[in-house]
Design a protein around this ligand. Structure first.
Ligand SMILES: Cc1cc2nc3c(=O)[nH]c(=O)nc-3n(C[C@H](O)[C@H](O)[C@H](O)COP(=O)(O)O)c2cc1C
Length: 157
């Protein structure tokens, strides 16, 4: 299965990024493509689908469109989705990502707000996600551990 992975934290020692890397290592039977959303510019609607659409955006869209599953790991910031993640999603969603299944792992002390916002935003963008495709992973900054319940969310749907 081809998996496109992004992380909502661009912090140097991000535990959510470590989680994504650990999944890639642990589930090496899949073809992972992890991309750094910090490379994306600020979202600009006029360049969303135009001859001026940035090349890096096209790269992200192609990778996301080619994937069988999108995996997002992210913290919650101020009871919401990190702004940089929302920015990335605004760029990435396109015809090729319609109905694309998404799994969200929220590595935060709480996380319910960002989980609910992710479901709302991703559904609005026509990705395929429900609450059962999400998990709030607590204690991630203390210990990045891949257990069976996380692995069960990384599946073909
Ligand atoms: C500005 C800011 C706001 C935060 N707000 C929340 C919050 O509302 N809910 C929560 O559970 N954690 C919150 N946190 C804690 C982060 O989610 C937590 O530190 C997380 O582990 C960071 O992920 P990372 O290690 O991948 O960078 C906040 C952190 C920061 C820096």
């Amino acid at each position: 299965m081809k998996i496109f992975g992004i992380c909502g934290s661009i912090r140097k020692d991000s535990s959510n990024w470590s989680l994504l890397k650990a999944l890639q290592n642990d589930m090496g039977n899949h073809e992972w493509n992890l991309m750094d959303i910090a490379k994306l510019p600020y979202f600009e609607p006029e360049n969303q689908f135009s001859e001026n659409t940035p090349h890096i955006v096209k790269e992200f869209r192609e990778a996301a469109s080619a994937a069988d599953l999108i995996v997002i790991t992210t913290p919650e910031y101020a009871h919401g989705i990190p702004g940089i993640l929302k920015n990335a999603l605004e760029w990435i969603f396109c015809e090729g990502t319609m109905k694309k299944p998404v799994t969200c792992l929220i590595g935060s002390g709480q996380g319910e707000h960002s989980r609910d916002q992710l479901i709302e935003v991703l559904s609005t963008m026509d990705f395929r996600i429900g609450i059962s495709d999400t998990m709030i992973v607590k204690g991630l900054r203390l210990n990045v551990q891949i257990d069976e319940s996380i692995k069960e969310l990384i599946k073909f749907r």
